[in-house]
Design a protein around this ligand. Structure first.
Ligand code: GLY
Length: 386
């Protein structure tokens, strides 16, 4: 088991355990006298590792609550529901609230715990790749308000994040590659070596999956995750180390942490337009709205194109970096092409959380493993990407 620390100055503020067997979770929560567990209802039904967690909690008489975790339920209503449940169950200032689920669950539970009785401790068992490498590490918590994503929230660190790679064996292929996009984003920010390694592993995994008949695809995918478990664990640990380092240096996103938003200004605009227009994205024969990681993949390609045009004045299409990132993502099973014109995304990008005084903090790629913060107006971006 790997232990990765997030610090604030000299103080350790959060611990991430990677490659942790689920049985050892019990010794991890031993230090906390009063534990309350909140689990994504869908995960509770479909993830065998989560069922094991539920058994551990039952054995220890830990009160448990199921929540519906979707972008529609990621609201203050659900946060209030969690807080009311904590109150009804007598949760005090010494409580530890354990969230078991993907990024939506951890964001909501982290936020509820941060405001309940002015803040109680919380911890995560992330059950998606996206949550393992991103959402459940670094302390961003929050919920949506109307059509604005994550507009209410705080940065507050979980006591620990417990990453058990076996949970991925029951994760559908589409959710897995959505998380892979955040992992690749992390390595584009800082680690060319791991980026190439991740692309090689994910492409190999995808080769066997592509073209399988529907009835055998899920089983193949689950076996594939198990077969690549060691490689995936190493990649997850590497991505967490990168993120933990960034968060340690800039917990409150005054500077370097903004780099973790690579591709995200575009991604949020893509997700918003998709939602407004009921756009249906088809992957693996499944029709669904665009998942966050899928939008991030498209955003990475747009960021690569913008970078080439800013740094090299290269107005050809596609540019060198764009062509590489796009081909790599596609080899990994992600769809790199944004279905919406940049002009349509402009209005949403100008309202981005990262916009200040008419300029948006974009993250540009100098080369894989090296990114810089770069302020541009949305008009400049539209002109450069035209
Ligand atoms: N997901 C980006 C961050 O945690 O800063």
């Amino acid at each position: 088991m790997d232990e990765i620390l997030i610090r604030s100055g000299e103080k350790v503020v959060s611990r991430v355990f990677v490659d942790a067997g689920i049985e050892a979770l019990e010794s991890c929560i031993d230090a906390f006298p009063h534990v309350y567990a909140v689990m994504d209802a869908n995960v509770a039904m479909n993830c065998p590792v989560a069922m094991q967690v539920a058994q551990i909690m039952n054995r220890r008489n830990v009160p448990g609550k199921l929540v519906e975790a979707s972008e529609q339920t990621k609201t203050m209503d659900t946060v209030m529901e969690i807080c009311t449940w904590l109150l009804d169950n007598g949760a005090d200032r010494d409580a530890l609230v354990l969230a078991i689920g993907g990024g939506i669950t951890s964001d909501m539970v982290g936020f509820a715990s941060s405001i309940y009785k002015r803040g109680v401790r919380f911890a995560y068992v992330p059950t998606t790749l996206l949550a393992q490498v991103d959402a459940a590490v670094g302390g961003k918590t929050g919920v949506n308000l109307d059509k604005y994503k994550n507009i209410l929230g705080v940065i507050r660190q979980p006591e620990f994040t417990y990453i058990c790679p076996q949970v991925l064996e029951s994760l559908p292929h589409r959710d897995f590659i959505s998380g892979a996009a955040e992992m690749l984003k992390t390595f584009i920010i800082r680690d060319q070596g791991y980026y190439q390694r991740a692309v090689a592993v994910l492409s190999e995994m995808k080769k066997g999956y592509a073209g399988l008949p529907e009835e055998s695809a899920d089983e193949y995918w689950s076996d594939c995750i198990a077969a690549y478990s060691q490689e995936l664990t190493d990649l997850i640990a590497a991505a967490v180390r990168v993120k933990a380092g960034v968060v340690t240096r800039d917990q409150h996103e005054r500077g370097e942490r903004r780099k973790l938003n690579l591709g995200h200004t575009f991604a949020h605009a893509i997700e918003t337009i998709a939602q407004r227009s009921d756009y249906v994205h088809s992957v693996d024969g499944v029709q669904a709205c665009i998942a966050h990681g899928e939008a991030v993949a498209m955003g990475l390609v747009l960021a690569a194109r913008l970078s080439d045009r800013v740094f090299h004045g290269d107005m050809d299409t596609p540019t060198a970096l764009e062509a590489k990132v796009s081909a790599d993502l596609s080899d990994c099973g992600l769809c790199p092409d944004c279905p919406f014109p940049v002009d349509e995304m402009a209005e949403i990008m100008s309202k981005d959380k990262k916009a200040e005084g008419g300029r948006v903090h974009f993250v540009l790629i100098r080369e894989i493993g090296d990114v810089v913060l770069y302020d541009l107006t949305v008009e400049e971006v539209c002109r450069l990407l035209a």
